[in-house]
Each structure stands twice: as structure tokens, then as C-alpha cells.
Design a protein around this ligand. Structure first.
Ligand code: PLP
Length: 439
């Protein structure tokens, strides 16, 4: 009997034995292709010798020193390297232990910024309906998944939600992508005006929507209009790149492809690539200066902020991604994966959309391609797909994302950046076996 408290108490997990390259192995020796890197975490695959060597070296030097007294060489070098690659204006990095912590820090920093500059009436956050920003209470309240919030609803701060930019579902017949993007972005302005023009402190969005909708990129021009609206109303733009950042979409920061200048960015998952738990909140020089010139103190913190071993691991990961050229191959490999998925499943009567950027791809399943009607929730197709793909030796991330308030069925693929063409074939073959079993 196990004393571990698992997330799903009715379907107990297998025990993992080891990992190598793109594969994980259970204790019976069965290999699983890690087609989603867990939940878009393991961007380098498993057993990377450079990252494990960096961790061991840091452990030999010092494992932990509290940030009230010390910074560390890996934390400083990692921050320098992140800022060197970050969008213009981003200047400071606050290290945490994961994605929820990064988003919680981002939201609290944005609120504190307005307190520091004498606008405490700004107390509203606006986010989007198809979104997940983490499980701590503020991050959970910000996310758009009503079913995740439900048990905790009386404890939540009030947040407002607008539509996500989700062309497959929202773009009307005859409407251009640009017109659709403008219509969606303008929902932000309407929501700001509804709440009161000077009462909103932040708008939060994932540049490419991850688990709640299955790798949905924005249409061209959407984020340009979002930035204009944020500037007009003095609203800070927080981009959640916890899942889509760190090279996953083909550029180190996903927002680079939309040419948008955020005020705050949250990253995690691929930052530590699973080798250590680490996340980061990056902010503009303006925000940092307001704190420095004001109270001088960000009223937020955790014991493991800037953990030296986690930072050493992330520095080695980031070096592999940038200097090692791994991000540079994501776009090309992603296009090949998209083409292979389209060739295998593009005509399937229950595949509605195959989409994404880089090695961040989603498949949306529908009952009917014409009407785009989702499968009934009681069918729980995504759960059946999760089981069937796992049995076929492929780990993907099936999600019942939200469609008009209902659960839909998506699969998220986020394979390690080291994959080759034979691995793409393997993904498609195993996924095909699972789809044939379930539908
Ligand atoms: N933000 C996004 C976009 C995510 O996908 C996730 C996790 O899936 C989080 C935040 C929360 O990250 P974590 O699970 O590391 O707390």
C-alpha cells in the first residue's frame, strides 16, 4: 500500500524507473515516448548529461543559501542570460519554484506597482475564458476554467473574463483573420469600460493557449491591438508563457512572434526542463524602479526563491536551448510534425482542427466536422484517448478544454526538441492506433 497522496485516487499511476532521450521507462521495462514532455516540461528529453553535471557541480559547491543574505552565481548568470534574450524593456527576473508561483508573483507585483505609484483603486484583473494560470488562489481565480474554480468559489477574488482568440471556434464565415482578431481584442476595451476605466491593473493572456484549448495561436494583429488598449487605459500586460515559453513555439519567448511588448512575463516548465522545479517572473525596468523608488520591497516571497541548484540546472538548460542551437530547430521540426499529423488525421471525420506553433501542437476532436459539435461530456473522449495512447506507448496530454462553457476534447503534443523524423513517425503511428481504438 502506498502512502503517497496521488492527484487521481481512483487511477493509481505506474512507477517510473528511468528516462533516456525521448523515452520514459516503467519498472517493468516498457518504454513510453514522451510526446508531451509531461505537460510541456521536458524540452530536452531525459538524462541530459550537461544538465545533470551542472546540478552535481552546484550541489558540491552549495545547495542552498537564503536570499535574505545571499545571491548566487547561477542565479545571477541565469537572470543575465534570460534578460539578454527577453523582449525589449524587460529587465529583472524573480525566481520561484514553478508556474503557479510565477503567475501569483506576476499578479501581486502588478497590483503592488499601482499601489506604489498611488493608484490603489486599480483592483481588477481581466483574463480570458480559455485559460489556465495555475492552482494557487489568485492564479486560479484568474484562469478561465469555471470547473477548476468551483469548489473554491467563495474564496476567490473577483476577476473578469473575455473570449480567447480561438479562430477555429470564433471566427465567423466571411470574416477575415484580422477582423476577427480586432473583434476579440476589442472585447478587452469593452470589459475595461464596464469595470471602470481606471480600476483595472492587469490583463493576463497566454500568447499560445495551452492545456485549456490545445495549442491555439492568436491571429495576426490580435496582440498589437491588445497592447494599444493596455497602453490607452494604463493596464499592465502579463503574458503567461509557463507552457508556451522557453522555445516551445520556435522562439525563446512565444510573444516574440506576435511582436508584442509585455510588462510582465511568467515562465516555468521548460525553464528547468523537469530537471529541477523552477519558474520565473520577468518584469520591466519601469515596474522594478517603481518598487525601488517606493517601498523598496516586493511584498511577496518564498523560502526557495532563487534556489542555487534549480538556477544551475536552468542555466544549463537555457545554454542548451540558445547556444546549443536547440530552439533553432523547433520551428522546422514543428512544421514537419504538423504536416505528418495533417497527412495522417487531416481527413478523419472526428478531427476538427490540427494547429499550433513549433513543437506545441494540438488536435481538437469533434463529433461532426461541419457543425464542430463536440462529443458529449459523458463520453469523456479525452480520458479514453489518454488511456489508449499510454497503452500504445505514447504520452500525450489530453485535455477536456473549455468550449462555450462546456468541456471539449483536445490532445496536446509537446515533444522534446531533440526528436528526429523517425520519432515523428512513431508519434503518428501510436496516436493512430489509439484513435482507432477509441473512436
Ligand atoms: N500557467 C500555465 C499556462 C500553465 O499551463 C500552468 C500549468 O500547466 C501553470 C500556469 C501552472 O504551473 P505549475 O503547474 O508549474 O504550477
Amino acid at each position: 500500500m502506498s502512502h503517497v497522496f496521488p492527484r487521481h485516487t481512483k487511477t493509481l499511476p505506474l512507477t517510473v524507473s528511468h528516462g533516456q532521450g525521448v523515452y520514459l521507462y516503467d519498472v517493468d521495462g516498457k518504454a513510453y515516448f514522451d510526446g508531451s514532455g509531461g505537460a510541456a516540461v521536458s524540452c530536452l528529453g531525459h538524462g541530459d548529461p550537461e544538465v545533470t553535471a551542472a546540478i552535481k557541480a552546484q550541489l558540491d559547491a552549495v545547495a542552498f543559501a537564503h536570499t535574505s543574505f545571499f545571491t548566487s552565481a547561477p542565479a545571477e548568470a541565469l537572470a543575465d542570460k534570460l534578460i539578454a534574450h527577453a523582449p525589449e524593456g524587460i529587465d529583472r527576473v524573480y525566481f520561484v519554484s514553478g508556474g503557479s508561483e510565477a503567475m501569483e508573483a506576476a499578479l501581486k507585483l502588478a497590483r503592488q506597482y499601482y499601489v506604489e505609484i498611488g493608484q490603489p483603486q486599480r483592483r481588477h484583473v481581466i483574463a480570458r475564458r480559455q485559460s489556465y494560470h495555475g492552482n494557487t488562489l489568485f492564479a486560479l481565480a484568474t484562469g478561465g476554467n469555471a470547473w477548476r474554480r468551483a469548489p473554491f468559489a467563495p474564496l476567490m477574488v473577483d476577476t473578469a473574463h473575455i473570449s480567447a482568440c480561438y479562430a477555429y471556434r470564433g471566427q465567423e464565415a466571411g470574416e477575415s483573420a484580422e477582423a476577427y482578431g480586432l473583434r476579440m481584442a476589442n472585447e478587452l476595451e469593452a470589459q475595461i469600460q464596464r469595470l471602470g476605466a481606471d480600476t483595472v491593473f492587469a490583463f493576463v493572456a497566454e500568447p499560445v493557449v495551452g492545456a485549456t484549448a490545445g495549442a491555439v495561436p492568436p491571429v495576426p494583429g490580435y496582440f498589437k491591438r491588445i497592447r494599444e488598449i493596455c497602453d490607452q487605459y494604463g493596464v499592465l500586460l502579463i503574458l503567461d508563457e509557463v507552457m508556451c515559453g522557453m522555445g516551445r513555439t520556435g522562439t525563446l519567448f512565444a510573444c516574440e512572434q506576435d511582436d508584442v511588448r509585455p510588462d510582465i512575463i511568467a515562465v516555468a516548465k521548460g525553464l528547468g526542463a523537469g530537471y529541477q522545479p523552477i519558474g520565473a517572473m520577468l518584469c520591466s525596468a519601469d515596474i522594478y524602479t517603481a518598487i525601488e523608488d517606493g517601498s523598496g520591497y516586493f511584498q511577496h516571497g518564498h523560502t526557495y526563491v532563487g534556489h542555487p541548484v534549480a538556477c544551475a540546472a536552468a542555466l544549463a538548460v537555457l545554454t542548451r536551448l540558445t547556444d546549443g542551437g536547440l530552439v533553432a530547430r523547433v520551428d522546422e521540426m514543428g512544421k514537419r510534425l504538423q504536416a505528418a499529423l495533417e497527412q495522417a488525421f487531416g481527413q478523419h471525420p472526428n478531427v476538427g482542427d490540427i494547429r499550433g506553433r513549433g513543437l506545441f501542437r494540438g488536435i481538437e476532436f469533434v463529433m461532426d466536422r461541419e457543425t464542430k459539435a463536440p462529443f458529449p461530456p459523458e463520453r469523456a473522449l479525452h480520458k479514453a484517448l489518454k488511456k489508449a495512447t499510454f497503452e500504445a506507448g505514447l504520452i500525450c496530454y489530453p485535455m477536456g478544454g473549455t468550449i462555450d462553457g462546456q468541456r471539449g476534447d483536445h490532445i496536446l503534443l509537446a515533444p522534446p526538441f531533440i526528436l528526429d523524423d523517425s520519432h515523428i513517425e512513431e508519434i503518428v503511428t501510436k496516436l493512430g492506433t489509439a484513435i482507432d481504438t477509441v473512436i
